[in-house]
Design a protein around this ligand. Structure first.
Ligand SMILES: [Zn+2]
Length: 133
C-alpha cells in the first residue's frame, strides 16, 4: 500500500512507523515538522484519532476527536515550509488537504491551512492553525 501522505513511499516504510507509536509498536518520530504533518494526514486518511491527539500540543489539543467517517482524505499538497527542520524547535507548514465524500465520491473539497508546529524533545507536535486560505 502506498502511503496516504503522498510521499511515494510504501506505508510501512513511511508513516506506519510513526503511527505505530500509539499502539505500542516500535516508537519512531517524524524528524521534521513536514514529516509530522504528513503523518497526521495519514492518520486522518486512516481514521487514527489517537495519533492525532498524541501529536497535538497539550495547550491546543481537544479533549476528544470525532473523525467524520464520510470525509475521505485522499490527497495532500505541501505548499510551503518555514523552519521545522532537524535542528529547529518551531516550524510552520502550509498545506492543502483534499477530501471527498465516502457516500458520493463526486463531492470533493479541500482545506488550505498554515499551521504552527513545535518540538518537544524528539516529538514534533501540531500547535495551531495560524491561517486558513
Ligand atoms: Zn507517509
Amino acid at each position: 500500500m502506498r502511503c496516504p501522505c503522498q510521499s511515494g513511499e510504501h506505508f510501512e516504510s513511511c508513516c506506519a512507523k510513526y503511527l505505530a507509536a500509539t499502539v505500542g509498536g516500535q516508537r519512531s518520530f517524524p524528524p521534521t515538522a513536514e514529516a509530522l504533518m504528513r503523518s497526521r494526514f495519514s492518520a486522518f486518511a486512516l481514521g487514527d484519532a489517537g495519533y492525532l491527539l498524541h501529536t497535538w500540543h497539550p495547550s491546543t489539543r481537544p479533549e476528544s476527536l470525532e473523525l467524520d467517517p464520510d470525509q475521505q482524505w485522499y490527497l495532500l499538497e505541501i505548499l510551503d515550509t518555514r523552519q521545522g527542520g532537524y535542528f529547529d524547535q518551531e516550524g510552520v507548514v502550509t498545506f492543502r488537504a483534499h477530501y471527498r465524500s465516502a457516500a458520493n465520491r463526486k463531492i470533493k473539497d479541500s482545506l488550505t491551512e498554515t499551521s504552527s508546529f513545535v518540538r518537544d524533545g524528539k516529538q514534533w507536535l501540531y500547535g495551531d492553525a495560524l491561517e486558513f486560505h
